[in-house]
Write a protein that binds this ligand. Structure first.
Ligand code: LLP
Length: 423
C-alpha cells in the first residue's frame, strides 16, 4: 500500500520514517500523543500550487485554520504564501511568525468590531465580507479610524461541493457568503460607502472536495457576477476562489493542485478574464498529508463482539473521526510478525464516540506506537482539553532534524486561569 504522505512518509524495513526521522524513536523521545509534521512535504505542496500559477498575478493564502502552529506559518511564509485568517487570534499568529499582513485576507461570517479594527491597523490586504450588515459595520469601523477597508464580497454560488455536509459551504442553506442574487445590490452599496474600497470577489464552496467540476460550476457563477458588476461600472481587481481541495485519506483520488489550477485558469481565460489576479485559500491540501499523530497502545481489550485497542490519543486530540465519521489510516510504527487482528482503535475519553478508527487490521501489543496518517490538517487545531487532558506536543521534521515546535501542555496549564471561590 502506498502510504498517504509518501514519499516523505515511508517504510524502511519494518519501521516508519518521516523524512530522515524514525517515528518510533521520536515518540519515545518526546512522549505521546505527538503530532509530527514534514517540512519538506509542506514545501512541496506549496510549490505545486506556485508552479501551476506561475506567470499569473496571484496570491496563495494558506487557510491557517488547518494548522496554525507558528513553525508551519513560518515555513509557508518562506514559500511565498500569504494567509487566509478567520479571527484576530489568527492574525496575531501570522505576525508572531513573521508573516506579512499585506498578504492576509480576512474571512469569516462574524467578525467583531475589535477584530476589524485590529486588521485595519495591521494593514490586511482584503476583508472577505459575508453579509450586508458586515459591510455596514466594516464601513463604520474604517471611517472611525480614518481609513478605507479593502473588500471582496464572498458570494454563495449555491453549488454542491459533494463533500460532507458539515464542511460544505457553498449551498444556499449554508450560513456562508452573500446570496448570488443579492450580490449585485451589495456591490452597489459597497461602492457607495466612503469607508469601503471594492477590490475583488470571493467564493469558497467547501472542504475535502475531490472533483474539479464543482469548482468550475462555482467559477462560472462567480464570473457571471463579475461581468454583471463590471457592467455597472464597479471594477474588480482579483478573483478569490477559496480553498477546499481534498487529500487522500484512504482511496480518494483528488485532482492535484496542478490539475485543479490549470482547469480553473483555462476557464478563466476562455471567458476573457485572464488578466485578473487570482487568490486561492488552500488549507488541508498544503498540510494534511504532511502530518501524523503518534499514539501509544495502552490496553488491549479483546471481546466476543469487538476488540478494542485503547491508545493514549483520543477525540480531544483528533476529533475528525468522532465529528465527521472521518476515516484516517492507522499503521504501526514498527510492523510485527504476528498475524493482524481487527481492532477498534479508541481513546480513553468517556464517550462511546471516542474512536480514531474502527475495524482496523493491526498486529499490536501494549506499548507499541501507532501513527494516524494525514493528520497535518484539522488535527491539533481542533484539539480540546476534554477530560482534563493536556494537549499534545508538536514536532517539525526537517531532513534528519526534529524540532519541538510546541511543548506538551502541562496539567497545571489547564487550570492556571481558574480561581477558587472566596471562603
Ligand atoms: N477558505 C475558507 C473561507 C474556509 O472556510 C476554509 C475551510 C478554507 C478556505 C480552507 O479549506 P481547505 O482547503 O482546508 O479545505 N474541520 C474540517 C474542515 C473545515 C474547513 C473549514 N473551512 C475537517 O476536519 O474536515
Amino acid at each position: 500500500m502506498t502510504l498517504p504522505g509518501a514519499p516523505w512518509l515511508q517504510r524502511r524495513g519494518r519501521s516508519l520514517w518521516l523524512e530522515q526521522v524514525d517515528l518510533e524513536a521520536l515518540a519515545h523521545a518526546h512522549g505521546t500523543p505527538l503530532y509530527v509534521y514534514s517540512r519538506a512535504a509542506m514545501r512541496a505542496a506549496a510549490a505545486g500550487y506556485r508552479q501551476a500559477l506561475a506567470g499569473r498575478p496571484h496570491l496563495l493564502c494558506y487557510a491557517m485554520k488547518a494548522n496554525s502552529n507558528l513553525a508551519v506559518l513560518q515555513t509557508l511564509a518562506a514559500e511565498g504564501c500569504g494567509f487566509d485568517i478567520v479571527s484576530a487570534g489568527e492574525l496575531e499568529r501570522v505576525l508572531a511568525a513573521g508573516g506579512d499582513p499585506a498578504r492576509v485576507v480576512f474571512s469569516g461570517v462574524g467578525k467583531t468590531r475589535a477584530e476589524m479594527q485590529r486588521a485595519l491597523e495591521a494593514g490586511v490586504r482584503c476583508f472577505n465580507v459575508e453579509s450586508a450588515s458586515e459591510l455596514e459595520r466594516l464601513n463604520e469601523v474604517a471611517l472611525a479610524l480614518g481609513r478605507r477597508a479593502p473588500v471582496s464580497l464572498r458570494v454563495n454560488p449555491d453549488v454542491d461541493a459533494r463533500t460532507h455536509p458539515y464542511i460544505s459551504t457553498g449551498l444556499r442553506d449554508n450560513k456562508f457568503g452573500i446570496a448570488h442574487d443579492e450580490a449585485l445590490a451589495a456591490y452597489h452599496r459597497a461602492a457607495s460607502l466612503r469607508g469601503i474600497e471594492v477590490r475583488g470577489i470571493d467564493c469558497h464552496i467547501g472542504s475535502q472536495i475531490t472533483e474539479v467540476a464543482p469548482y468550475l460550476d462555482a467559477l462560472d457563477r462567480v464570473l457571471d457576477l463579475v461581468e454583471a458588476v463590471e457592467r455597472e461600472g464597479i471594477a474588480l481587481h482579483h478573483l478569490d476562489l477559496g480553498g477546499g481541495l481534498g487529500i487522500t485519506y484512504t482511496d480518494e483520488s483528488p485532482p492535484s493542485a496542478d490539475t485543479l489550477v490549470r482547469a480553473l485558469l483555462a476557464r478563466i481565460d476562455a471567458r476573457g478574464h485572464g488578466a485578473r489576479e487570482i487568490v486561492l485559500e488552500p488549507g488541508r491540501s498544503l498540510v494534511g498529508n504532511a502530518g501524523v499523530l503518534l499514539t501509544e497502545v495502552q490496553v488491549l481489550k479483546p471481546g466476543a463482539h469487538k476488540n478494542f485497542c485503547i491508545v493514549d490519543a483520543a477525540m480531544n486530540d483528533l476529533v475528525r473521526p468522532a465529528m465527521y465519521g472521518a476515516w484516517m489510516a492507522i499503521v504501526a510504527c514498527r510492523e510485527r510478525d504476528a498475524a493482524a487482528t481487527v481492532w477498534d482503535v479508541v481513546g480513553p475519553v468517556c464517550e462511546s464516540g471516542d474512536w480514531l478508527g474502527r475495524d482496523r487490521q493491526l498486529a499490536v501489543e501494549p506499548g507499541d506506537v501507532l501513527a494516524v496518517l494525514s493528520a497535518g490538517a484539522y488535527g491539533m487545531v481542533m484539539a480540546s482539553n476534554y477530560n482534563s487532558r493536556p494537549r499534545a506536543a508538536e514536532v517539525m521534521v526537517d531532513g534528519a532534524l526534529a524540532h519541538l515546535v510546541r511543548e506538551r501542555e502541562s496539567v497545571h496549564d489547564l487550570f492556571a486561569g481558574e480561581r477558587l471561590l472566596p471562603g
